[in-house]
Design a protein around this ligand. Structure first.
Ligand code: SPV
Ligand code: MG
Length: 293
């Protein structure tokens, strides 16, 4: 498979290159593998969906080492790069230094840091979350860039200025500070149901550096519009988890109501499928090679 540094390079080229790219949400090794098999060339390890899969809210209830444990199962299981949603960096620049060092060691290819206050909550909850002081946030970006163990590790700075109601000029001002602090790309987030503010931002930004977007709420905008706006990367942020909720709910409801599994067998993944997704073939090979007696 890919070495860690070639995965890092792959993510960096996706983010920095001229073409539009896509990162698919994953929240565990299995969803990571499924996204890789679908054809995605990079993954978004979402804070929201990793938390949700643990039964936790998106408020830093999971410790950063617990998040790291989940992400390590993901990077172990796929050959494509993983960008971690690092939230606020779990504290100040001290915490960012520890985080980025460990991510680099664990073959995570990049981190996205957002300009909220630890403990954060999800961008689509509440009104006008307080944002970090610009200088404090730039310290985190600088610390992350100075700490990364590989030149191609990617640090993305995410501003929540539009979501927090601070307006377009504040969003642009913050993005420029973050760029100058060394961010490899800016993630401009929006909770609008249309792409107007994203497109305005992109036009004003004028290709000063790569832009990353998360069109969860403005999902109906055609992807070509983002391509024309010279967006670098689109993150499909939570759709693997959300689809699995529907599937699991449907199957468990059906089994509960029918007290039988006879009618669902053909609608769910086969055991062979499960064995293939978990590399049973490798375990078999190990038995052949090493089993005593
Ligand atoms: C996530 O997937 O955790 C994100 C995107 O950060 S959002 O939920 O829109 O904040
Ligand atoms: Mg998040």
């Amino acid at each position: 498979g890919n070495t860690a540094s070639s995965k890092n390079q792959q993510l960096r080229e996706m983010i920095s290159g001229p073409d539009l790219n896509f990162l698919m949400e994953s929240h565990n090794a299995l969803s990571a593998k499924i996204a890789e098999q679908a054809g995605f060339s990079g993954l978004w390890a979402s804070g929201l969906t990793i938390s949700a899969a643990l039964g936790l809210s998106d408020r830093n209830e999971a410790s950063w080492t617990q998040v790291l444990d989940v992400v390590e199962f993901m990077t172990d299981h796929v050959n494509i790069p993983v960008l971690l949603d690092g939230d606020t960096g779990f504290g100040n620049y001290h915490n960012v230094i520890r985080l980025v060092k460990k991510l680099s060691q664990k073959h995570v290819s990049g981190v996205c840091l957002e300009d909220k206050i630890f403990p954060k909550m999800n961008s689509f909850l509440g009104e006008s979350q307080k944002l970090a002081d610009i200088d404090d946030f730039c310290s985190k970006i600088k610390a992350a860039k100075d700490t990364q163990l590989d030149d191609d590790f990617t640090v993305i700075a995410r501003t929540e200025a539009l979501i927090s109601g601070l307006g377009m000029s504040e969003a642009l001002k913050r993005a420029e500070h973050y760029r100058q602090a060394g961010a490899d790309a800016i993630l401009i987030h929006s909770k609008s149901d249309n792409a107007d503010e994203i497109l305005t931002f992109s036009a004003e930004w004028a290709c000063r550096g790569p832009l990353v977007i998360v069109p969860t709420k403005y999902y109906s905008t055609p992807t070509e519009i983002f391509q024309q706006a010279r967006i670098s990367t689109i993150i499909w942020a939570n759709h693997s988890l959300r689809s699995s909720i529907v599937a699991m709910r449907e199957t468990t409801r059906h089994i509960f109501e029918n007290q039988s599994i006879s009618h669902i067998e053909q609608d769910i993944a086969t055991l062979e499928d499960v064995f293939a997704l978990t590399n049973e073939v490798n375990a078999n090979l190990a038995d052949k090679l090493y089993k005593a007696g």
